[in-house]
Design a protein around this ligand. Structure first.
Ligand SMILES: [Fe+2]
Ligand SMILES: [Fe+2]
Length: 396
């Protein structure tokens, strides 16, 4: 019998249209407020899948606007940026089609075939929604029994439905496990006034609803535990963003006394002490990790786990065997000095590893011993040939 295998994946950064704060040149801008679509002032020039191209009724220079299915306005690309297309309605409709095909909700509703996915990736190779689908197919091919996501599933709290669709076969069996990251729960100052703003309450509600759909029973402190009897394992998920964000530009995390107390209590139960493998997942780094050989660990200002020392002490005390995290997009395996647990850091499955390495995930076999191997995901063949480089932002 082959051993139980778990995919440790992380940091998908999926979003409404697949653009991410990690690639600001391609951020899809739209109005911060819902647009005026009053039909007494506008004619509908084109309409499809909830998108509208409106033409104002001013007789002299009618203005053309593009409205997405959520009611937000997008800029209409210039004729120059659209390869000389003179008709603004045609330019707006073409942009709507590009964005719609990459929308998380649209992709989740009907997953593209392999061929269709390559075609979409060929023109927008950095798109994180498409990259997630490519990554999820690689996870499936690796023949794993469960998938554990260590946070930053979304770039700004939107797109969970795509994660569920991409890993549907695991979700159905209660074998899709996840914890939130700072991008899922905290706010970012970068959006400016050029996009609708997420709220802390909205992001937390979206995370909780997603966790419920996975069948994860969140304790009020934010933690959950799940036994995997066939692997002789128990998995604990901790929320390193459980405390309110200190300031909107700080992304520091903490586990906090409530979750550590909960973990200590769990550790006293046979469910924990009787399991051979005692896995703990959290988003932030327990120790700062360098981005490759010959590089020193970054300072982590505004990014670190504030109570890392206490957390490591408790993990040692309760006898955690494997600690898994994401956050800084570094792929590394180690046993930290002074600790009894092994540490697995997963890079971004969509954006890759800060060392410059390709996107990858950990395939972790839980048998008498733990065996982990790094599985790289091929996305770059397309990227190198077709990366549009400085293409307009709406291409994301
Ligand atoms: Fe991330
Ligand atoms: Fe993060």
């Amino acid at each position: 019998m082959s051993p139980f295998a778990l995919a440790h994946v992380s940091d998908f950064h999926v979003s409404t249209f697949g653009d991410t704060y990690h690639d600001r040149a391609r951020i899809v801008k739209r109005s911060a407020r819902q647009a005026d679509t009053d039909r007494s002032r506008f004619d509908v020039a084109w309409e499809e899948a909830g998108w509208l191209v409106l033409r104002s009724k001013e007789p002299r220079r009618p203005k053309v606007s593009l409205i997405d299915p959520e009611g937000y306005a997008h800029d209409v690309p210039s004729a120059r940026a659209s390869g000389g297309v003179l008709d603004p309605v045609e330019r707006a409709a073409a942009k709507a089609c590009r964005l719609e095909a990459r929308r998380a909700a649209t992709l989740a509703e009907t997953l593209p075939s392999d061929g269709a996915l390559w075609t979409l990736q060929a023109s927008t190779p950095k798109n994180s929604n498409l990259r997630l689908l490519r990554g999820a197919r690689a996870v499936e091919e690796a023949g794993v029994d469960a998938v554990l996501v260590t946070g930053d599933l979304t770039d700004d709290g939107d797109g969970y439905e795509l994660v569920e669709a991409a890993f549907a076969s695991y979700k159905r069996r209660g074998r899709l496990l996840a914890i939130p990251g700072n991008h899922d729960l905290y706010l970012f100052p970068l959006a400016g006034s050029g996009r609708p703003r997420a709220t802390s309450e909205g992001k937390r509600a979206a995370w909780r609803a997603f966790a419920a759909r996975l069948g994860l029973d969140l304790h009020p402190c934010g933690a959950w535990s799940k036994a995997i009897p066939e692997a002789d394992a128990i998995v604990v998920g901790l929320d390193s963003c459980a405390r309110p964000q200190r300031r909107f530009f700080r992304q520091n995390g903490a586990i906090g006394p409530a979750q550590l107390g909960w973990l200590r209590e769990l550790a006293a139960s046979p469910a924990w002490s009787g399991a051979r493998h005692r896995l703990v997942a959290l988003h932030h780094h327990v120790v700062p990790l360098p981005h490759g050989v010959g590089k020193s660990a970054p300072s982590e200002i505004g990014m670190r786990l504030d109570d890392a020392k206490t957390v490591a002490e408790v993990l040692n005390e309760v006898g955690a065997t494997l600690v898994m995290h994401g956050h800084r997009h570094v792929s590394e395996e180690r046993q930290p000095a002074g600790c009894n647990f092994r540490l697995l850091a997963s890079p971004s499955l969509t954006l890759g590893c800060r060392s410059g390495d390709a996107p990858s995930f950990w395939r972790v076999e839980l048998a008498d011993y733990v065996h982990s191997s790094r599985v790289r995901v091929a996305m770059d063949a397309v990227e190198q040939e077709n990366d549009p480089g400085t293409e307009e932002v709406e291409e994301a």
